[in-house]
Design a binder for this molecule. Structure first.
Ligand SMILES: [Zn+2]
Length: 177
């Protein structure tokens, strides 16, 4: 699955840094309110990824050191990571999801329902919806085939894929009838 791995994270982190910049540069005209909202979310995600990546690196492969970008990029190199390779690829898939949500929020769909795993419907200071569904291809913008659908909970990090997403979506639709 997942065509995007650790390799694409540093480039996405750069895009995230771009998104943070305007508010640090002292304000832009026009939709400043929205701008600041996006910027603070981007900044939060940057910080969250930095902390998570450093923590994972410290517990799994302490012998490789570097910047957050270098550390994440190194997760794509099997000789460095050995048995952790697959785990780290999944880990970065989550970072990619966080970044994409900031950069391009409309690519994710947020069902209005509690997480089937932890039961929470909202999380964080902004009371964001916990469930996120990726239904468009991040590269092409085309609709994904059912088998490629991905859903995750932003509160407990539970994940579902393909038919499971469909089954949960149907259950949600039935319960709100
Ligand atoms: Zn959950």
């Amino acid at each position: 699955m997942g065509p995007k791995g650790p390799i694409s994270v540093p480039a996405l982190l750069d895009q995230l840094a771009e998104a943070v910049k305007p508010s640090l540069g002292g304000g832009t005209a026009g939709s400043a309110g929205i701008r600041i909202l996006i910027d603070s979310k981007a900044f939060g995600v940057q910080k969250k990824i930095g902390q998570r990546a450093r923590a994972r690196q410290a517990e799994l492969i302490p012998r490789f050191a570097g910047t957050v970008r270098e550390v994440i990029a190194s997760w794509a190199i099997e000789p460095i990571n050995g048995e952790w390779q697959e785990y780290l690829t999944l880990e970065t898939a989550q970072y990619i999801g966080w970044i994409e949500e900031v950069l391009d929020p409309e690519r994710l769909y947020h069902p209005n329902a509690p997480c089937p795993s932890c039961g929470q419907q909202f999380y964080g200071e902004d009371r964001d919806k916990t469930l996120a569904v990726r239904y468009l291809d991040p590269e092409t913008g085309e609709r994904l085939h059912i088998s490629q659908l991905a859903m995750w909970c932003q509160a407990c990090a539970a994940e579902w894929a393909g038919d499971e997403v469909l089954a949960i979506a149907q259950a949600i639709a039935n319960s709100t009838k």
